[in-house]
Design a binder for this molecule. Structure first.
Ligand code: TYD
Length: 136
């Protein structure tokens, strides 16, 4: 079972020149999975908490391509960690079966999410006690 110690900050190379920055994220390279899905979250008020779920199969990489937010992760053992996303070339990798809350979105936050899976609502665990009951 994955733990918060399997959640990793990723720093992507900035291929900048005098025209500006360019960041490349390729599957199985900068992120440790094949990318099947992207979505992005914006327009969330600072007091909103999003996420509040774990995924049986999905892995994610979260990147604040604009603005800032925080990601709190909790594993089945109840261990926690918080990651601050504040630069467009920084991401956080979340393996499967990690509870996540995204919060403190800045007004200009655009949170880009890459995943290894197509959307399947049935692989989301949205009840925290059900998630914690997976602890062995
Ligand atoms: P939700 O999982 O609640 O978003 P968050 O993780 O940011 O809290 O998803 C919001 C809605 O969008 C919900 O009705 C499910 C739908 N959705 C999709 O259809 N496909 C997707 O890939 C995602 C992430 C959500």
């Amino acid at each position: 079972m994955n733990t918060v110690y399997d959640v990793k900050m990723l720093e992507f190379p900035q291929l900048g020149d005098d025209r500006g920055h360019l960041v490349v994220v390729e599957g199985c390279s900068e992120v440790p999975f094949e990318i099947r899905r992207i979505f992005y979250i914006y327009g969330s008020d600072p007091d909103v908490i999003r996420g509040r779920h774990a995924n049986r199969r999905s892995e994610f990489c979260l990147i604040n391509v604009c603005g800032t937010s925080k990601v709190k992760v909790i594993d089945v053992n109840g261990e926690e960690n918080v990651f601050y996303l504040d630069r467009p070339h920084i991401g956080v990798y979340l393996p499967s079966m990690i509870w996540k809350d995204m919060y403190e979105f800045s007004p200009d936050s655009i949170l880009l999410v890459l995943s290894n899976e197509y959307y399947d609502a049935s692989e989301y665990i949205r009840d925290f006690d059900t998630f914690r009951s997976r602890a062995k």
